[in-house]
Design a protein around this ligand. Structure first.
Ligand code: PNS
Length: 162
């Protein structure tokens, strides 16, 4: 069984993430999309909301599981029999950052990191930009699923009225 993890903050999951998870699911027996639940890094969405969004947008992918982790990613990999981490590269600056983490994760636990180049359609896309556009009422319909788009709308409506 070749099981890999697609880890991330997923705040929120974007079409770029979905593209990577879907492509990984075609290459491996099982893909675990794992949400970091770092208590020190409060996101726009709660962990429960992030998990729900991921479940919704991967419901058609039979070999994708949704999970969460706290602490070191390599510990999550060890506890779940995962031998490799999939990370997306959108740009050279992504690579500069990811290379160091990948080498450290290998040094810590022998866990491999496999880089998947981002679909050029989404190479400019990030969760933080999606949040910013949505916050100011911009159109994110081509960047996230309709479910995520609605949740963003609700989130900022709640914030505006509070
Ligand atoms: O979506 P992101 O924010 O780019 O995801 C980053 C993530 C969650 C993959 C990364 O921050 C991570 O693995 N955090 C867990 C702590 C850890 O293992 N850090 C690496 C130490 S070398």
């Amino acid at each position: 069984m070749r099981r890999v993890v697609c880890p991330g903050s997923f705040d929120p999951v974007t079409n770029g993430h979905i593209d990577i998870i879907g492509r990984a699911a075609r290459q491996y027996d099982e893909v675990v999309a794992a949400v970091l639940t770092n208590v020190n890094k409060r996101g726009l969405f709660s962990v429960e909301e992030k998990l729900a969004m991921l479940r919704e947008c991967t419901a058609n992918l039979e070999n994708v599981q949704i999970s969460q982790f706290n602490g070191l990613l390599v510990d999550f990999c060890r506890d779940n029999g995962i031998g490799a981490i999939i990370r997306s590269l959108r740009s050279v600056s992504d690579f500069d950052y990811e290379l160091q983490i990948a080498q450290m994760n290998y040094r810590l636990a022998g866990v491999e990191t496999l880089f998947m180049t981002a679909n050029p359609q989404y190479s400019f896309l990030s969760s933080s930009l999606v949040r910013e556009i949505a916050q100011y009422g911009g159109d994110v319909s081509s960047l996230v699923t309709p479910d995520v788009e609605q949740r963003l709308r609700d989130k900022y409506k709640d914030r505006d009225s509070s």
